[in-house]
Write a protein that binds this ligand. Structure first.
Ligand SMILES: [Zn+2]
Length: 439
């Protein structure tokens, strides 16, 4: 399947045009829809405009706040999915269970080392914690309801089952502290139940963050200390509770994910027996430190969807390198190269070309390295032959040359099927015509 992401605005107002163009100009046979209406569809990650609304008929049966679309909008969504399916398109639901659109839910949020609660992106004021029992009930309720009320869905793709980073887009800057979650009460209780020393895990995480936040004693001004496998082993040997914490949060996410998948499969038995369950997850090399054990979870799933996003090399990682280099007193460019190397993103350009203002959450136009697909294969090896893999790629700013290179590089790595996110302008009539022979 070749699937494209379609924002609800386009799906509902240009149904015939869109399906005609996709059939006429492309080999696309899948359509992916978000499980909510949100400003995120328009690359607006700024101030909230309204709460995001789930595309569900109601929240009856849930004693937690869950904003949903109006009845007429829900019925229109159902009509679109029925029409797409009747024309041969497989419908995927991009389901994000851990973001909540309700302020009243803020007590369920991820908590950082300083006790600050994490918000979700855009119009989601809460990013929930997988150990919080309300977030679990909330997620299980939604997955059952999507399975029951989206009868034309063929793939239920769970998304963002990971611990986040926050970027402040107004003046682009990464919030390094946001990478250190979660230290909420629910996590504390869960860790205690497992016999783990939560206060010591927290203390080690704090001292590690402090070491990323103040100048280090370097032999030469700004030079990078060398690092090899011994250094990494020694690092964690000296910080066993930090290693334990990383394991704890990954296991917490795995447990949460499995509960949701089980609830969804149970509902599917009755309502949609052929439904496939998949998972979209961050770049394979990064996923474990973001808390996604995609290898363990692959045995529960029918489809694995690793992401190869432009925003990692094009925004997030340069911002991270800039922030840490500034705090610690290292050379920013050298640190950026080291991170790209360590996580197999490919070396990237010698000099980065900046957009005059961030475009589609991208700061740089030339940061993507097409060797990333071949480089990431080794992390996917445990999955290959055991579960279907369908990578996720992006087309930004209608860059059809870049898209063609990605599709070619994917084919070289053995993948003909993919998911594509291309924003609204990427599925205009004019642009789809330009993609003839590419997509
Ligand atoms: Zn927590």
């Amino acid at each position: 399947m070749r699937s494209v992401f379609v924002p609800w605005g386009v799906a509902l107002s240009e149904t015939e045009r869109l399906l005609d163009d996709l059939s006429r100009y492309t080999r696309v046979d899948g359509i992916e829809l978000l499980d909510f209406h949100s400003q995120i569809e328009k690359a607006n990650y700024g101030a909230r405009v309204s709460p995001a609304l789930r595309v569900l008929p109601s929240n009856d049966g849930l004693d937690l706040e869950l904003p949903v679309v109006k009845g007429e909008e829900f019925r229109a969504a159902g009509r679109f999915m029925g029409e797409a399916r009747s024309r041969g398109f497989k419908v995927t639901c991009n389901f994000v269970p851990m973001w909540s659109a309700s302020d009243s839910f803020s007590g369920t949020a991820l908590v950082d080392l300083w006790g600050k609660r994490l918000t979700g992106p855009g119009d989601f004021p809460v990013h929930g914690c997988p150990n919080n029992p309300d977030i679990l009930r909330f997620g299980e309720f939604m997955i059952r309801e999507f399975v029951r009320t989206w009868p034309d869905m063929e793939v239920m793709a769970l998304n963002h089952l990971e611990y986040p980073w926050r970027v402040r887009w107004a003046k682009p800057k990464i919030d390094v502290e946001s990478l250190f979650t979660c230290f909420c009460g629910a996590c504390e209780r869960t860790a205690a139940d497992q016999g783990l020393d939560f206060p010591r895990m927290k203390a080690e995480a704090k001292s590690f963050l402090a070491s990323l936040s103040s100048p280090q004693n370097q032999s030469e001004e700004g030079a990078l200390p060398g690092a090899n496998a011994d250094d990494v082993a020694y690092f964690f040997l000296r910080r066993p509770h930090l290693a334990e914490w990383l394991r704890f949060r990954m296991d917490s996410m795995t447990r949460y994910s499995r509960s949701l998948i089980a609830a969804g499969r149970e509902a599917a038995k009755e309502h949609n027996p052929k439904l496939k369950f998949g998972m979209e997850f961050q770049l394979p090399s990064l996923s474990p430190i973001l808390g996604t054990d995609y290898v363990a979870l692959s045995s529960d799933l029918d489809l694995m969807i690793p992401k190869f996003p432009d925003y990692l090399p094009g925004s997030v990682i340069p911002l991270f390198a800039k922030e840490i280099a500034g705090r610690v007193g290292l050379d920013e460019g050298a640190l950026l190269r080291l991170i790209r190397d360590a996580f197999d993103l490919g070396p990237g350009p010698r000099s980065y070309k900046a957009y005059s203002e961030p475009k589609h959450i991208l700061l740089y136009s030339n940061a993507y390295d097409y060797s990333i697909f071949a480089r990431q294969l080794k992390y996917l090896r445990p999955l290959i032959g055991n579960v279907p893999i369908q990578p996720y790629i992006w087309e930004n700013n209608n860059d059809w040359r870049g898209l063609r290179r990605k599709i070619d590089a994917l084919a070289d790595a053995g993948f003909d099927d993919f998911f594509l996110w291309s924003w609204e302008e990427g599925i205009s009539s004019e642009h789809l015509r330009a993609l003839k022979g590419i997509l």
